[in-house]
Design a protein. Structure first.
Lengths: 795, 265
């Protein structure tokens, strides 16, 4: 018998046994009898009219089973890929929502847009045949940048979307903001770009579909963060397959970061194709294919203004953003730069008036959607950057200006002027902790040491908050969500007392199998090893909305906690019967039911046994069995946050920025497993550092070619880019989640880009540098130094 | 990848004969460059001639005034070689900066030099040291070997068997790694040999090239300060999403100074 490993412990991760011994089961590992191979033919052009496709040579190629195109999709009367959010403009006019066909019809709108699917006996034969497909394109000029796309003479992606604007969205009290600006002693202004990112999970996307004529059932294995949502979107809205005839399995998935939380056209095409060819069909994306088809992230151009009084108090904040949607609306696309962005512009400050306008714009690029942080890193970056700009212009210390505007701990719950109400938090406590942990007081010594080597050293702060635990369904519905955002869990106690949990979230690297098992072990007093977590299969798990928006523990864990509580309630009823006591006198602790004040006990196993062998059992009032289910819909978002401090060294000769120290003190609420939280913070921070210093998806204006379409050109952060990080938690408990948890999956990515860039600007501020766009590459820094107002110090 | 025939000869003449008799066939050494192009279906040779069974292409020989490195010697072996470390430490350092451990254990000096990638490191070492490329047919001086973007003096069917490096008085290499690929954004090899100084630059342009003004300045005074003010022309240098031409030109001076520093240390 193993041990109870409860909340707050840091056991090794359960799932690592199979991952580290090569026994994981990923989609590309799966083989089905009679399986065929499919490849997608993708547009090499950013923008073109699709004049015709000649299939004959491809069909005649050896081993080919089928060649499917947009015309076949149309002939079969299939739907287009649905968008899960419908936002509206200030006047309540719905966003423009052009169809997103699963295989292109009439036109292609980005390099990578799918035009055909070729199925053959082997991947080699499918590839060979794909090369023989003759696609007749009439190439049109592409537009890839948002500033270019809204110009009157820009190429138009859709006939009925003037100026390529999908929606002109706004939030906040425009008039109040204008009034406040008139009274301001100082107005800080900042123009910035939030660079486009590509998620690059370790495992490329893949899918296998199979159709069983005997039962008329489909099975889709897919690299997804939310199989139930794929079943719903694809079955109900695209392929017209009844839900009970469609099983979606997302087995082990090698990283997602958001990239795998959308319903992709590939999934629909493969599922549809499997029935047409009456054989299982498999597709595994290459890394290069991922670059031009995995949904991208970020890509904003923003103008921001912060109004302050003479003491540095923020009076009002105004933000105008152009957000790139790419060529079509992806599953959550329009929600990200609007609902997950505007409401975060209050940050941890008491700014009384905020107005935000976001123009959501179509361009000839891969559709843009959620990527770790999703909207919140963009908001944090704008706010934390302009706070530094204001501090420097007004001659106020950067920490001091933050303190003057921070929401005090006592002021929680705190209602912001941009919809959200923070339930709890202590930003000042996080700041104080981080200042000590980062040894800020000796920064001057370190700066002097760098200077003696001819290097510039800088320190950057980011005191931030985010909204996660997506999401309260009613609130989300008002903002345009077309689905609910609750979560479900079933706790199945076996007759012998072991437990299987079926949960609707997914685990693709986060360690949920461990975290969730700890919750059950803690609450039921069952050994950690006697708890298994089942996820990722619509036939095994009742329902679920999946994993994204730092929701798995906050929403899924809450459902699990509720279901576990129901097991205890039922267990008490059974115990009361067996112990001949009244239910109110039964206590449950450490895996034992006892009659209060006596030594009469029944173990958890005995109760489980009695529930399944109900000989001595209150059958008149209680059903046999011990299995409970709960659905949990959160009452609010959770608001983790904290203070990140980055320290960089800049080599003025080459422009290279080196991150030399990184400190994070975060408020993530209750910590279930500190090792996993630390790992999530590390990973999140690294992705934010990647955005700040290295990563950039670059398109060629005009041709629409992705210039950074491989790991040779798209720079991912690597171990040798990073110092040892100091991460710690300074938690206040969430007041509305069952365990006080707030979530930690995205905080690192949200807090870090601003900290790093603020540090870079600080390092160069003596040269008159006031802003650096991301990524702060050597070339970009060198260029800034060339144009800087003071000469670079001689070596 | 498309199907191809595979040959593994054990004599150089057999390899040369296969190469000339099968049209469009290709040599494969470490495969680090060739295999990815096959996988992406960018090259479709009907046959591959594998050099790995040719024992005479492996190994490092110390000839006193020169060091000869067999074409099939992997980068990791050159980096770890006591002989190379003792006599041309700059070359051992260069080999240690190529790619990652996997690439260094598979990739070969012959493959790298034959491929002449404009951002590869070895071409800077070979040209900077004034080495000699020895092939199945002849010997080619470095100055005559590299002809620009992926172009060399190799004739069809010609196989590099070894590279012969003169032992310099001093030599050093400085590399500014491209952030993503870690090939040379700019790499500069500086060598002081008995009859002067050679400076070879890789990464900056469409092929490796020498910088005569720097060579002249360093011949007079082998010190970084001698070249600090020498800027090379942006014209003809590469501009791409990682670095613009004027930045590359600037880096040539910076890396040349650091290479001299490395040679002196
Ligand atoms: C991830 C990665 C990172 C890399 N980073 C770097 C780097 O930082 N710096 C760098 O310089 N290189 C780098 N490389 C390239 C690496 O050094 C390769 O090893 C080298 O370019 C080719 O050597 P190879 O032995 O693998 O040749 P192969 O790939 O086998 O062959 C390359 C070409 O040379 C021809 N060839 C091979 N041997 C001979 C010969 N003896 N005679 C005539 N022709 C021949 C082949 O026909 C082929 O056309 C990197 C490669 C990878 C995959």
């Amino acid at each position: 018998m193993g041990n109870v490993i409860g909340i707050g412990a840091a056991p090794k991760r359960k799932e690592d046994q199979r991952f580290l011994t090569g026994r994981g089961n990923y989609v590309s590992d799966i083989k089905r009898p009679g399986m065929t191979s499919g490849v997608f033919v993708r547009s090499p052009h950013g923008h073109a009219v699709l004049r015709g496709i000649d299939k004959s040579a491809a069909l005649a190629s050896p081993g080919v089973t089928a060649v499917l195109t947009g015309d076949d999709v149309a002939d079969d009367g299939l739907g287009s890929l649905p968008c899960g959010w419908g936002i509206t403009d200030a006047k309540g006019v719905p966003m423009k929502e052009p169809p997103f066909p699963m295989l292109a019809q009439d036109k292609v709108r980005f390099v990578g847009d799918m035009v055909a699917f070729v199925i053959a006996e082997t991947p080699e034969q499918a590839n060979a045949a794909a090369e023989l497909l003759k696609v007749d394109y009439e190439v049109l000029p592409s537009v890839v940048g948002v500033l270019e796309a809204v110009r009157p003479d820009a190429p138009q992606l859709f006939d009925d979307v003037p100026n390529n604007i999908c929606c002109d969205w706004e939030l906040g009290d425009k008039a109040a903001v204008e009034t406040a600006f008139k009274k301001a002693a100082h107005v800080a202004k900042l123009s910035l770009v939030n660079n486009r990112l590509i998620g690059n999970p370790m495992e490329p996307r893949a899918a296998i579909a199979e159709y069983e004529p005997g039962t008329d059932r489909f099975t889709l294995w897919t690299t997804s963060q939310f199989p139930h949502v794929v079943r719903f979107l694809m079955g109900a809205l695209v392929l017209n397959i009844p839900q009970h005839k469609l099983r979606v399995v997302a087995p082990d998935v090698g990283g997602g970061f958001g990239v795998k939380q959308f319903h992709y056209g590939e999934e629909a095409v493969i599922t549809w194709a499997a029935k047409r060819v009456r054989r299982p069909v498999k597709w595994v994306a290459s890394r290069s294919e991922g670059y031009v088809s995995d949904r991208h992230g970020r890509d904003h151009v923003t103008e921001a203004e912060l109004a302050l009084d003479e003491t540095g108090k923020f009076l009002a904040f105004r933000v105008n953003t152009l957000a790139n949607m790419g060529g079509y609306l992806s599953t959550f696309g329009p929600n990200i730069p609007t609902n997950l962005y505007g409401p975060l512009l209050g940050g941890v400050y008491t700014t009384p008036a905020i107005y935000c306008n976001v123009k959501v714009v179509f361009t000839n690029t891969v559709p843009v959607d959620a990527y770790r942080g999703a909207g919140r890193p963009e908001a944090t970056f704008v706010l934390e950057r302009i706070v530094d700009v204001a501090a420097s212009e007004m001659g106020i210390d950067r920490v001091e200006i933050r303190r003057r505007n921070m929401i005090p701990k006592e002021a929680y719950p705190y209602q912001t002027p941009v919809l959200v109400q923070y339930d709890s938090g202590d930003p000042m406590g996080c700041l104080d902790g981080a200042l000590v942990a980062a040894d800020v007081k000796n920064f001057g010594v370190r700066k002097a040491a760098s200077a003696s080597k001819g290097k510039f050293r800088g320190l950057g702060y980011s005191t931030y908050v985010e909204a996660c635990g997506l999401a309260p369904s009613r609130f989300a519905g008002r903002l345009g969500a077309r689905g609910g955002l609750y979560e479900s869990a079933t706790v199945r106690v076996h007759p012998t007392g072991q437990v299987t949990v079926m949960i609707g979230t997914h685990n693709h690297g986060q360690g949920h199998e461990t975290t969730f098992a700890q919750i059950v072990s803690d609450k039921l007093g069952v050994a950690f090893e006697n708890v298994d977590i089942v996820f990722g299969d619509t036939d095994r798990v009742q329902f679920g909305m999946g994993t994204y928006g730092s929701r798995s523990l906050v929403v899924g864990g809450a459902a699990l906690s509720k279901a576990t509580d129901k097991v205890i309630v039922k267990g008490k009823k059974i115990a009361a019967h067996l112990l001949e006591a009244s239910e109110g006198d039964i206590q449950f602790e450490a895996g034992k039911f006892s009659v209060a004040g006596t030594d009469r006990i029944k173990t958890f196993e005995e109760i489980a046994g009695a529930a399944y062998v109900p000989h001595n059992y209150p059958l008149e009032v209680l059903e046999p069995g011990l299995e409970e289910q709960a659905y949990y819909d959160p009452v609010n978002f959770t608001y983790p946050g904290g203070c990140h401090i980055a320290e960089v060294e800049v080599d003025p000769e080459t422009g290279t920025v080196t991150l030399v120290n990184y400190t994070a003190v975060d408020d993530v609420g209750t910590v279930i497993n500190p090792m996993i939280v630390e790992g999530q913070l590390h990973g999140g921070i690294v992705q934010g550092v990647g955005q700040a210093l290295f990563e950039n998806a670059v398109y060629d204006e005009g041709s629409g070619q992705l210039l950074s379409g491989s790991l040779m050109d798209y720079c991912m952060p690597r171990a040798d880019h990073l110092p040892m990080m100091k991460v710690a938690t300074h938690s206040t408990l969430c007041t509305h989640t069952p365990m006080g948890v707030k979530g930690c999956g995205e905080v690192g990515t949200i807090g870090s880009p601003a900290a790093v860039i603020n540090a870079v600007v600080d390092a160069l501020s003596h040269l008159g540098v006031t802003h650096v766009d991301m990524p702060a590459t050597p070339n970009r820094i060198w260029r800034l130094l060339q144009n800087a107002s003071l000469p670079v110090a001689a070596e | 990848m498309k199907p191809f025939a595979y040959h593994q000869p054990d004599q150089i003449p057999d390899a040369a004969k296969l190469l000339t008799s099968i049209e469009d066939s290709k040599l494969v050494a470490g495969g680090m460059t060739l295999i990815p192009t096959l996988k992406q279906r960018l090259a479709n040779p009907p046959a591959l001639v594998d050099l790995s069974k040719l024992g005479s292409l492996k190994g490092i020989t110390d000839d006193g005034a020169t060091i000869t490195i067999g074409a099939m010697t992997p980068h990791a072996v050159v980096a770890a070689s006591k002989v190379v470390q003792a006599k041309i430490p700059g070359l051992a350092a260069l080999a240690s900066m190529i790619g990652d451990p996997a690439v260094r254990s598979r990739g070969t000096i012959g493959g790298s030099v034959a491929n002449n990638d404009p951002a590869a490191d070895y071409p800077a070492g070979v040209l900077g040291l004034g080495a000699t490329v020895i092939t199945s047919a002849r010997e080619i001086a470095a100055d005559k070997f590299f002809l620009g973007l992926f172009e060399t003096a190799l004739e069809p069917g010609e196989i590099i068997t070894a590279i012969r490096f003169p032992v310099p008085l001093k030599a050093g290499y400085a590399k500014f790694k491209a952030p993503a690929s870690r090939y040379a954004l700019v790499g500069v090899f500086v060598a002081k040999i008995t009859d002067g100084v050679r400076v070879a630059v890789t990464g900056a342009g469409p092929g490796v090239f020498r910088v005569p003004p720097m060579e002249a300045a360093l011949s007079g005074n082998f010190d970084p300060s001698a070249i600090a003010a020498i800027k090379i022309d942006n014209d003809g240098l590469t501009s791409d999403i990682h670095a613009e031409a004027d930045y590359r030109a600037h880096l040539v001076t910076v890396m040349a100074k650091r290479a001299v520093d490395a040679a002196l240390s």
